[in-house]
Write a protein that binds this ligand. Structure first.
Ligand code: GLC
Length: 420
């Protein structure tokens, strides 16, 4: 199905790989190289790309995994080094934090907003979508075949299993919205209310979770909230399969797919304002399971036809974080001076995950069309953190690492290991 043009007039758009003069590959390499940091800290070596030099000066877990996937196209050695750096931060028990503070500790101003137990910590005490094993497979090949990777990844997965699989069905639970990677998504408004990310009482949530040792079982026992989240568990299934373990997709379908609504919904306990799935905001992550090779075709087709190609998503610069017509959709970047991400504008990593599923299902035409719509926006605005969903105006951080996934969108390469 042809997509309606959403690129504002005046933007040159002359080839499927981008406007003349815009070299996606060179641009992407420039960003990743400019953001590269290497050194020694507390007796460990680190080597990775920061998400953005000014806004995000440390190592972010899932950002680094996306960086490694792109970097593996031209520098497999450093892609491996970036993933090994995450593993080097791992605690003895297998925990890896959302943000690893290589080089210098947190400043006081950030310390109230970051999920640290103490300012002396090397990393935060919360997680991000556990994508490293799958990223290893895509970037480097079979993680089981690399001795340096395998033991670490297995220990990490064992920690996640032991501490976050609250019901024993193979799915993980989150204790804070930022653990999903989609910090202030409106899908969490009913869960955390005024304690949502970027709102005035967010530090109170961090404080309460810190008192409980950021321990999901203790938090759940105290009434939560805790969330069994769609994107996190999609990524968990991908990573588990990359390690040769049973797919988590059947459990994800059992618990999170709503056949009558035709969408995936988080399972939530202890919400401040409980809301049934169909009354929640329509957010892009319902499309994330398209990345799963074992998603049943009937569900994939429904998601593509009824969600992705509906004007509420298809009319936007791909891929809006929130449906354009959803009452919660907003382009506001901040709330009382704090960033509130994932409330409307479009992100490159979401489109990339969805496009993998499109190509696998023989919808490469659609994946190409979506990439061709995003490319002139990036050519004009640069590799920004996200883009206003109707105009494509660049927003958030500059020289943003994972937006280089655009390279993989316009010129996809098969994964080094695992299903295409
Ligand atoms: C924002 C995003 C998060 C990302 C981080 C660093 O907080 O919501 O997903 O990891 O920035 O780029």
């Amino acid at each position: 199905m042809p997509l309606p043009p959403a690129i504002p007039p005046g933007v040159p758009w002359t080839s499927p790989h981008g406007p003349d003069g815009f070299d996606v590959a060179a641009g992407a390499r420039g960003v990743l190289e400019g953001n590269w940091r290497e050194g020694d800290y507390r007796g460990r070596h680190y080597a990775f790309s920061v998400p953005s030099p000014r806004s995000y000066p440390w190592q972010w877990y899932w950002d680094s995994c996306f960086h490694a996937i792109v970097r593996s196209r031209y520098d497999p050695g450093r892609a491996r080094a970036e993933l090994l750096t995450l593993l080097a931060a791992m605690r003895e028990d297998g925990f890896i934090g959302h943000t690893v503070l290589w080089g210098r500790p947190l400043d006081l101003q950030r310390a109230v907003r970051y999920n640290i137990a103490s300012r002396a910590d090397l990393m935060t005490s919360t997680i991000q979508p556990p994508i490293i094993a799958w990223a290893w497979a895509r970037a480097r090949g079979d993680p089981g075949a690399d001795a340096a990777a395998r033991a670490g990844l297995e220990r990490h997965h064992a920690w996640l299993d032991a501490h976050r699989d609250l019901d024993g069905d193979g799915l993980l639970w989150l204790i804070q919205p930022d653990e999903s990677g989609m910090d202030a998504s409106p899908k969490f408004d009913h869960v955390w209310g005024r304690r949502s990310q970027g709102r005035v009482l967010f530090p109170a949530l961090i404080h309460a979770n810190r008192r409980r040792g950021f321990d999901a079982r203790r938090i759940a026992a105290a009434g939560g909230p805790v969330v069994c989240e769609v994107l996190t568990n999609t990524i968990w299934s991908l990573s588990e399969q990359a390690l040769g373990r049973p797919s988590r997709t059947p459990a994800l379908l059992d618990r999170l797919w709503d056949e009558s609504a035709g969408r995936f919904f988080d399972d939530v306990r202890g919400a401040v304002r409980p809301l049934p799935g169909p009354r929640r905001p329509v957010t892009w992550d319902t499309l994330a399971p398209l990345a799963l090779s074992d998603l049943p075709d009937a569900i994939a087709d429904r998601l593509i036809e009824e969600v992705l190609l509906a004007p509420r998503f298809a009319d936007g610069v791909p891929l809006p974080a929130v449906a354009l017509d959803d009452p919660t959709h907003s382009s506001r970047e901040t709330w009382w001076g704090r960033h509130r991400h994932w409330r409307g504008p479009s992100w490159v990593n979401s489109l990339w995950l969805v496009s993998l599923g499109l190509r696998r299902r023989g919808r490469g035409d659609l994946a190409d069309a979506l990439a061709a719509r995003l490319t002139p926006v990036v050519a004009r605005e640069g590799f920004r953190e996200y883009y206003e969903a109707r105009t494509g105006a660049g927003m958030g951080a500059h020289d943003f690492g994972w937006s280089t996934l655009l390279w993989d969108l316009v010129d996809p390469v098969p994964p080094a290991f695992g299903p295409a």
